[in-house]
Design a protein around this ligand. Sequence first.
Ligand SMILES: O=P(O)(O)O[C@@H]1C[C@H](O)[C@@H](CO)O1
Ligand SMILES: Nc1nc2[nH]cnc2c(=O)[nH]1
Length: 330
Amino acid sequence: MAPINVTDINENKAYVPAKKALPEVETESANGNEKCKGYSYETLLETANFLLSRITIQPRIGIICGSGMGSYWNEGSLAESIQDGVCIPYEDIPNFPVSTVEGHHGRLVFGKIEGAPVVAMQGRFHYYEGYPLWKCCLPVRVMKLIGVKTLIATNAAGGLNPDYKIGDLMIVKDHINMMGFAGNNPLHGPNDERFGPRFPPMNKAYNYEHRKIAKEVAKELNINNMVREGVYTCLGGPNFETVAELKMLKMVGVDAVGMSTVHEVITARHCDMKVFGLSLITNECVTSYDHDMEANHEEVLDVGRMRQDILRKYVSRLVDRFSQIEPESP
Ligand SMILES: O=P(O)(O)O[C@@H]1C[C@H](O)[C@@H](CO)O1
Ligand SMILES: Nc1nc2[nH]cnc2c(=O)[nH]1
């Protein structure tokens, strides 16, 4: 098969360079003490073309595996359900960051789920690892350039809604961009219109049709008693929340709290990808001072392990259904 390249994929549009190419863009961030540096469109094209030169499939669906959901040791995990997988470690990919968190293996897996071509991030990048938000989201733009139309972003999250139990799954209906309130946004800095508009709307961030399908599939698999729908928020981490912080988040309507996803979704919507978000509730967010329990990452990973079978079946069925509403070729 002839190698694929980015221009073949992106609606067969010939590549037209911007009037003034934005190379590595450097600006002061909102708080003034951190450089905000973004990779240019051309740099990410190089990354995309590198990946396309190593694969023979054209993934239409991209998956980000949350903490404990795509680990190497996690046989039977979400990432392991990919057939005929071609694995590319992040350190081999030009311009890619590397994963530093336990439970995030650090490679892209290209292959098929239920016959549908996919690419999965077996390990994501977090702000608390020291990466600026634009860098955490760089793989989303690369996915876009290789032809991905739908992003499935999964995460581990603390359950703040008192009805939620550990091990429940939450279809993300909406998010609150807490870090964005303070001016920290993955789209901060100069905008390249080839990715998307300067002021993207965000009121339809999580695709309605995909959420509807996810509720139908939950019924088909008889897991609807553990599948919820709610509002997610991301805090910068790496510490878990104080009681007062959780009380505040509860008051403003947050159902689950994590340290990722929001900025990835903003980046994906900016470049017009459809988004489906799924949280695994790995721990209870404690909103009382006389509670013994303390959140910890081991518990988060344990619950990921405990729920890996269900997650794998659920996401596989979702990929199957989502791929049926995406046209096969560009
Ligand atoms: O990558 P996700 O958002 O799934 O990981 C969550 C947030 C922290 O990275 C970690 C805390 O245990 O889990
Ligand atoms: N911020 C945050 N992230 C999480 N990831 C998994 N559980 C939690 C939690 O309780 N809080």
